[in-house]
Design a protein around this ligand. Structure first.
Ligand SMILES: [Zn+2]
Length: 276
């Protein structure tokens, strides 16, 4: 388990193989990959897109929760995938002769889904080869309005007890943004990607073995594109994911050390799960 910007993250991610990001503190996972064991406990899963390395574990996840007597899962998907997602489960019901109980939540950019603990989930568009949406987890905090901050504690308590509605203002804070698979363009397009406390971003390609042009044609981010935007990121921590399986652990670390300016490198953690 990683802890980044104070947020627990359990994750596996290798480009073209599997991606599943679990946030135990938010009781939410993004994508399921091939269905890692740690994700079985997660009732709410938001899918970015329907590529096999992000979604194929869904039937196993649903079946395993039923087998273990756990509550039916809730799956969040984009509108573009609703019909095919329903078909997928219909086919598996016919094949498996099981019910695969689950709840489908269909949302897109502009929508909002309430999470536990007063947080909420908002999708945003991520440009990729298949229809894809990233997600941001936001929290709402009430903060004393600037004009009241100089007041003594007793006076604030008195106003509060008197039910003064204008005492506090509500702030929305982006805690985590996960882009799924995406072109780097998402960084410029979506403010939340630059400002979330923790950003989880794919960087599939790292060096000249795959050019920037080829990376873009496949709908993915190249390290050079990330480095060129180093000044845009205001995030406290960045988890870099989805490295192509062609790179070893050592090669990834060297590429990041050489390729990223120190001010970005020092906040970036590569996800190196199971890599030799
Ligand atoms: Zn993809």
């Amino acid at each position: 388990m990683l802890q980044l910007a104070g947020i627990d993250v359990e994750a596996v991610s290798t480009g073209g193989v599997e991606t599943c990001i679990d946030l135990p503190g938010f009781q939410l996972a993004f994508d399921l990959g091939r269905g890692p064991d740690f994700a079985v406990a997660r009732e709410l899963v938001a899918f970015t897109h329907a590529h096999v390395d992000h979604l194929s574990g869904v039937v196993w996840h649903c079946a395993t929760r039923a087998l273990r007597g756990m509550r039916p899962p809730r799956y969040v998907i984009g509108r573009e995938n609703e019909a095919a997602f329903r078909d997928l489960f219909d086919v598996w019901r016919r094949l498996d002769r099981s019910q695969f109980p689950h709840e489908l939540v269909v949302i897109g950019p502009g929508d909002e889904l309430a999470l536990q603990g007063g947080r909420f989930l908002r999708p945003f568009f991520a440009p990729h080869r298949a229809p894809c949406q990233g997600y941001a987890v936001w929290s709402r905090r009430s903060k004393l309005r600037a004009e009241h901050r100089a007041l003594p504690h007793e006076e604030i308590a008195r106003l509060r007890a008197a039910g003064r509605a204008d005492l506090f203002e509500v702030l929305e804070v982006p805690e985590v943004a996960f882009c799924g698979d995406t072109l780097i363009d998402v960084v410029e397009r979506e403010e939340v990607v630059r400002k979330a406390r923790l950003l989880i971003l794919e960087v599939t390609f790292l060096d000249e073995r795959v050019s920037v042009e080829k990376a873009r044609a496949s709908g993915h981010v190249h390290l050079k594109e990330l480095a060129a935007r180093a000044d845009l990121f205001e995030n406290e921590a960045i988890l870099l994911t989805h490295f192509s399986p062609r790179y070893t652990r050592e090669e990834i670390l060297i590429a990041l050390d050489r390729g990223l300016p120190p001010r970005l490198r020092e906040r970036a953690t590569p996800l190196l799960n199971g890599r030799g």
